[in-house]
Design a protein around this ligand. Structure first.
Ligand SMILES: *Cc1c(COP(=O)(O)O)cnc(C)c1O
Length: 231
């Protein structure tokens, strides 16, 4: 109990601290802090870990796995009605129905087959979830995302043909490179496609992302602390 309480205190301190840094970074960039949505990435943390952060006023959360989200969020949503849940990890087409049921925003649309499956599922339920197109700005072989050269045609397919509610673009820069060039590339691509939202920036680089125009930052460890992954 004591351990849980101190973890809760730490995550509340974490979210308040990140909020302050967001406000400061926005001010330095001549932006309004409320233009930036802080998506608190709660993967690997339990509902009990998440609750104090919600109680501290945080409303947007990110999870990277459908199955894990299913185990935590339906109960939390019953307690708090105004939460916004973002899927920020890769989505397999066989999990599309569940993802559409669980998440408000899907940030990782990166291939025609997935886009088509999402469109079909949303049409079936008469719902329209916002989506982001994930761009593999570093052209990394192991990373998800459409490559920059194919972004325009894929966006057109999602928006015009499938009628998906494409809010913007998302990227995860290579870990071993300065993120600024990737943020700038994502911003250019979004601007050329008249897309308003940019999901970029994590614990280590969200201030740089805000300077580069991020509308959504995805911050995990700076709020919840170090993650322990199950073996
Ligand atoms: C885990 C994760 C984050 C958060 O990473 P931190 O460095 O802990 O802030 C952001 N985006 C994606 C896609 C993630 O999987």
């Amino acid at each position: 109990m004591i351990i849980q309480d101190s973890a809760a205190t730490a995550s509340v301190r974490g979210v308040l601290d990140v909020r302050r840094r967001v406000a400061e970074a926005a001010q330095r960039a001549g932006r309004q802090a409320d233009e930036i949505t802080l998506v608190a990435v709660s993967k690997t943390f339990s509902a009990a870990d998440i609750q104090p952060v919600i109680a501290a006023g945080q409303r947007a959360f990110g999870e990277n796995r459908v199955q894990e989200a299913r185990s935590k969020w339906p109960a939390l949503r019953q307690q708090f009605s105004d939460l916004e849940l973002h899927l920020i990890g890769p989505l397999q087409t066989n999990k599309v129905a569940e993802a559409v049921a669980l998440f408000d925003v899907i940030q990782t649309v990166d291939r025609p087959k997935l886009a088509k499956a999402l469109a079909t599922e949303m049409l079936k339920h008469g719902c329209r979830r916002r989506v982001f197109i994930q761009v593999n700005t570093g052209r990394e072989a192991q990373k998800a995302g459409v490559v920059p050269d194919e972004a325009a045609s894929f966006i057109a397919y999602c928006r015009d043909e499938l009628r998906l509610a494409v809010a913007g673009l998302m990227c995860i820069p290579p870990v071993d490179e300065a993120p600024e060039g990737h943020f700038a590339l994502l911003r250019e691509l979004a601007s050329s496609q008249h897309l308003a939202s940019l999901s970029m920036g994590m614990s280590g680089d969200f201030e740089a992302a805000i300077a580069a125009g991020a509308s959504h930052i995805r911050v995990g460890s700076a709020i919840f602390g170090h993650r322990d992954y199950p073996a």
